[in-house]
Design a protein around this ligand. Sequence first.
Ligand SMILES: [Zn+2]
Length: 311
Amino acid sequence: MANPKARSAAVTAKAKRRGPGPSSKVGTAQPPAPSDWLHRLHDPASIVHRAAAAAHRLGLRRRPLAKTEAGPVDLFETVTRHAKGGVRPRVYLSAGIHGDEAGAVEAVLRWMEGAGAAKWATLVDLTIVPCLNPAAIASNSRLGPDGLDWNRGFARLSRHAVIDALKLGVRARGPFDLALLLHEDYDACGLYLYELRPDREPLWGADLIAAAAKVLPADPRHSIDGSRAHGGVITRSLHNPAMRTRVARFGMPEAVWLSVTGLVARVCTIEAPSEYDAERRAEGLKAVIEKGLGLLMEEKEEEVRGGRGNG
Ligand SMILES: [Zn+2]
């Protein structure tokens, strides 16, 4: 394994020396030049500026969830919640709860800055938290500055300023048709994902993995993280006793919380391989977002057609 921490510290120090550049200016939503974004993957200020600029262009409202020592945790949301007479699926995207997964944050920022998001912003109701744990991003650490794995604390009874604020903010925006939670994994041998089995068919995992195949191959392992995998897809059910044991033992992740609270119909946790270069990780995860939205829109339009047919 490379030493990402040392590499990141050097990158962060260099980014600090460079000072703010033109790409960080609010109001310009153009993606930064490659030399720029690569050196700022772990720079919370740059992330905040890029997200705010892109959200402004998309017409999304910024809702500050919490302040942290490394900067704000922002949620960006569609303002008008109802499309004129049409279907408007509701989508939640999050990244950066683990700070050593900066490619996932980059993917959300790129998606927000790209042409695809401009189209989707008119069709779906968006709720986006591009960077959940700025201090962990700054230190390239899986754990938060409190030493906790924030993605195991969704059932915790003790107060947690950021996770509590996130839960409130997300609850206020739900329920969602789809949640895509972007992560990265140093042990991954390619792209993989966890799909919590929804009440409806079909499952989307294989299509989501295939959408990124040009830049990220599927993880070929048959067993990932103690679970059976096929073509990079791990399907889990909340009704499975092993799943309950796992949550009781390790803590509740965001995906399970979204599901058990009934806040989301479909939820996938997507894991890009950390040892691939950041460009491929970001582009692969971005392709997954695009595909997820495409599948969702198809499903919603099908439901509308079916409803009309029956009525
Ligand atoms: Zn993660």
